[in-house]
Design a protein around this ligand. Structure first.
Ligand SMILES: *[C@@H]1O[C@H](CO)[C@@H](O)[C@H](O)[C@H]1NC(C)=O
Ligand SMILES: *[C@@H]1O[C@H](CO)[C@@H](O)[C@H](O)[C@H]1NC(C)=O
Ligand SMILES: *[C@@H]1O[C@H](CO)[C@@H](O)[C@H](O)[C@H]1NC(C)=O
Ligand SMILES: *[C@@H]1O[C@H](CO)[C@@H](O)[C@H](O)[C@H]1NC(C)=O
Ligand SMILES: *[C@@H]1O[C@H](CO)[C@@H](O)[C@H](O)[C@H]1NC(C)=O
Length: 414
């Protein structure tokens, strides 16, 4: 018996009154479902995942979830592959079960959101509609109002997947003054200045990354500060880096960020193949890139090139499952340089996105092709990923899994 549990839909006592006893995760899938799980640990130290609730509020193509910890809400996106419009759903999660609070029609192809301007606004990257949409968030009830859409017609890059502009993520810089959008189709880091008075964005000159590299996801890194809320970030902005994962070139790069009159500048510090000391396997498509909660490691994933294996969740089946890799990079705080530490089994095929718990000893990884959510053990000191502690199979194309513990990608300075 390995540390895993098949889907368990038994009732649980994880309600608001006992919230401290619960470890809650929200998981979105291209099946259309957004499922909320409680990660339980029994007195023998065995973990299991119990279902707390399921919603179809972001159906049919639930592509992304973002916790707005301040408001106890979760933003969910429907990518809408076959309809002209997608949706942004605002979920309330007061009882550890997501309920649709509000729902808005938007452009199609929505794949990522970020809360910005002290929690007053939301930016959404639309891969399919070559757009960035922006929304104000009402202080009293979290209602969204559209405050502007940008549609990009920049000539795309040379690779077939670059048929047009494809904004893949929306990020906010550590000072909460700029939005950054990696555009996979146009090989650009798009930047926008935030007007603090009304949250509207002003488009700045984008930064060009290598042609055909396909920038996808990334994270800002400020050595002096832990990720998360605090004025430390603004005070140390002159010592900030941006780590970028490029899907088509399968690279991970570090840039020194400069703050100038015309916005953000980027100077390359280091760049490496995402598989580190092993050459990039055919068919690979690099995906996620996030910082560890202690700011010591950058973690990435490679998709669709499963050269590793992971134990079969069926303990009676001795055939191991094919697995893509999740990687660890050590950060040199003095230079921003990234050094490969290792590739570890991600728990299946197509780790599109993953997230690490606040303590840093576990990661939740969604495996889109395998249709699986796994909780991986993570060693805080070395940043290495280890055994599958718990898993759920049969989830369809998992796109996002987030811990309901705060939003490490968003740093309100107020
Ligand atoms: C969610 O399920 C309900 C009940 O089956 C259905 O009426 C509704 O249309 C579904 N919503 C979406 C977005 O698929
Ligand atoms: C719905 O999609 C159409 C076609 O892209 C677009 O013109 C329209 O603005 C969208 N509606 C909203 C509310 O974004
Ligand atoms: C055992 O697992 C492998 C890999 O997932 C699978 O292909 C095979 O069908 C499984 N065998 C049985 C008897 O379930
Ligand atoms: C790659 O690096 C890892 C971690 O340092 C090491 O375990 C592995 O043996 C190396 N592989 C090769 C082919 O050098
Ligand atoms: C989605 O949720 C519904 C309702 O709980 C369930 O019947 C269905 O099997 C789920 N689909 C997947 C792929 O998990």
């Amino acid at each position: 018996m390995r540390f895993h549990a098949l889907r368990n839909i038994t009732a649980t006592t994880c309600v608001v009154a006992t919230v401290a006893e619960c470890t809650v995760l929200h998981v979105a899938s291209y099946s259309g479902n957004v499922t909320t799980f409680d990660l339980k640990r029994n007195d023998k130290g065995i973990y299991s995942l119990a279902t707390l609730g399921v919603t179809n509020g972001s159906a049919p193509q639930a592509s992304w979830l973002e916790l707005d910890a301040k408001k106890k809400t979760v933003y969910g996106l429907d990518e809408a592959w076959s309809t002209p419009n997608g949706t942004i759903t605002v979920y309330s999660n007061k009882k550890n079960v997501l309920e649709i609070s509000k729902k808005y029609t938007t452009l199609a192809g929505a794949v990522s959101t970020i809360v910005y301007n002290g929690g007053k606004a939301l930016a959404v990257a639309h891969y399919g509609a070559q757009a960035l949409t922006t929304w104000s968030i009402a202080a009293n009830d979290g209602a969204l109002s559209n405050i502007g859409n940008f549609i990009f017609s920049t000539p795309p890059g040379p690779v077939p997947q670059q048929d047009k502009s494809h904004p893949h993520e929306a990020l906010v810089d550590p000072t909460d003054s700029y939005i950054l959008v990696p555009d996979l189709g146009s090989d650009l880091l798009r930047t926008f200045a935030i007007n603090a008075a009304d949250s509207k964005l002003r488009e700045l000159t984008p930064f060009k990354v290598p042609a055909g590299s396909g920038p996808r996801h990334g994270s800002f890194y400020t050595p002096a500060c832990k990720p998360g809320p605090g004025k430390c970030l603004a005070a140390n902005k002159e010592n900030t880096y941006f780590f970028l994962v490029s899907e088509l070139a399968n690279t991970v790069s570090s840039y020194k960020v400069t703050y100038g009159k015309d916005g953000l500048g980027f100077t390359l510090v280091s760049s490496s193949g995402i598989y580190g000391n092993v050459s990039t396997p055919t068919g690979a498509a690099a995906a996620e890139g996030i910082l560890s909660p202690d700011n010591k490691f950058f973690h990435t994933t490679g998709r669709n090139a499963p050269f590793l294996t992971t134990p079969n969740p069926d303990s009676a089946n001795t055939t191991a499952l094919a697995s893509d890799a999740i990687q660890t990079w050590a950060i040199d705080a003095a230079t921003g340089k990234l050094t490969f530490q290792g590739s570890y089994p991600a728990g299946g095929v197509t780790p599109r996105q993953f997230s690490i718990n606040a303590k840093g000893d576990m990661a939740a990884v969604g495996l889109q092709t395998t249709g699986r959510l796994v909780i991986l053990k993570r060693d805080i000191a070395s940043g290495a990923f280890g055994a599958v502690l718990a898993s759920v199979e049969g989830l369809g194309g998992v796109t996002t899994s987030i811990w309901d513990e705060g939003n490490p990608r968003y740093a309100p300075l107020a």
